[in-house]
Design a protein around this ligand. Structure first.
Ligand code: PLP
Length: 376
């Protein structure tokens, strides 16, 4: 099997699954219970918190466990706006956010907030300066992603936060780091970023667990209501087993190796694709090498995807969340319809191999020949 859809989700690492299973068996007690069994569960959670904090370059007390990336994004976007309702009426975001941010912002717009959307250019890059320039005295929030999930564009979010705060120190800066975690080295404590969302299933932990970094002292109102758990920001009895799994996955992150591998695989991929007539690159040259997006205008994404699937090669037609709808990232980049309708996304993980890339390139070459012939 050649699984090259790691931006959609990754396989759970065996070591991570082992941790989850042993915690499920051995630490069933409620981590909030006062007796020793509860304290043991709490200890499991606090160890995981430390591991996640280390991977993000922050203090353990600044990590909130969530149920997924979408959960963290919603908590940050809605909570930051809520906390600034008294004086602010404006939000700044990019035109290629994941629906987790895009739709949270859209719900605020429906409630009367003004929204400035900075679109990516045709190469897939968003201008940091344009985001900063949009910030005014009534801007509550700037929400932007670190690595784009469809084309891999990278935004210098630390510089963005710095500049935003220079313009308005009360503006909250939220970063969707779901596709960046494990791919870029992070020392968020040295930045002015207020919150940063990550998700377990993109880094070989299970689906249904994630984390949100909230900078100590950042003003974030709770969105969820309930008990005291997770500093009152994410109440509800914690999922001890999956949190432990997330901690294990965080410990196993190796950004340097991941980058070395992805750089080599990406070079191999683009070199192979460049030999195939009709292939057009949609990813920016400066994008993260873990994500590659290309089109073969004239051959619909789904057709190519199923052609590749028959060869045991798994890629996607855009983000997994768009489920066949036209990619909003490629649309925001202003690409022609034929390019959008034929887009294919390839995404690597630490277990991807040159053989996977060979199989993909051979499959695309074959697909271009036989699918183009079938069209004639
Ligand atoms: N943000 C980005 C950039 C993503 O790629 C995803 C998932 O694809 C999410 C947020 C949502 O994460 P989750 O699936 O954990 O809710």
């Amino acid at each position: 099997m050649h699984y090259l859809d790691n931006a959609a989700t990754t396989a759970v690492a065996p070591e991570v699954a082992d941790v989850a299973c042993s915690v499920l068996r051995e630490h069933f007690a409620n981590p909030s219970s006062l007796y020793a069994l509860g304290a043991h569960s709490e200890e499991v959670i606090e160890n995981a918190r430390e591991a996640v904090a280390q991977s993000l370059g922050v203090r353990a007390g600044e990590v909130i466990f969530t149920s997924c990336g979408t959960d963290g994004d919603n908590m940050a976007v809605l909570g930051a706006a809520k906390a600034r309702r008294a004086w602010a009426d404006h939000i700044v975001t990019t035109g290629y956010e994941h629906p987790a941010v895009q739709n949270a912002v859209a719900s605020l717009e429906q409630d009367g907030w003004r929204v400035t959307v900075v679109k990516p250019d045709e190469t897939g890059c968003v201008s940091m300066q344009a985001l900063v320039d949009a910030v005014g005295p009534k801007t509550a929030l700037v929400a932007a992603m670190h690595v784009n999930n469809e084309v891999g564009s990278v935004l210098d979010v630390a510089a963005l936060a710095e500049e935003v705060k220079r313009r308005n120190s009360r503006t909250f800066v939220h970063v969707d780091g779901v596709q960046a975690w494990g791919k870029l080295s992070l020392r968020l404590r040295d930045s002015s970023i207020d919150s940063y969302a990550v998700s377990g299933h993109k880094v070989h932990a299970p689906k249904g667990v994630g984390a949100l970094y909230v900078r100590s002292g950042a003003n974030l109102a709770p969105v969820w209501r309930g008990g005291h758990q997770e500093n009152g920001l994410r109440p509800g009895t914690q999922n001890t087993a999956f949190i432990a799994a997330l901690g294990k996955a965080a410990q196993m992150l190796d950004v340097a190796s991941m980058n070395q591998l992805c750089t080599a695989l990406s070079a191999q991929l683009w070199q192979g694709l460049s030999q195939i007539e009709g292939v057009v690159r949609n990813s920016p040259q400066s994008g993260h090498p873990a994500i590659a997006n290309f089109s073969v205008p004239g051959i619909r994404s789904e057709t190519m995807l199923h052609f590749l699937e028959a060869r045991d090669v798994y890629v996607s037609s855009g983000s997994a969340c768009s489920k066949g709808e036209a990619s909003h990232t490629l649309s925001a980049m202003g690409l022609a319809r034929a390019r959008i309708d034929s887009a294919v996304r390839v995404s690597f993980s630490g277990t991807s191999t040159p053989q996977d890339v060979d199989a993909l390139v051979a499959g695309v070459a074959e697909g271009v020949k036989s699918l183009a012939r079938a069209r004639r």
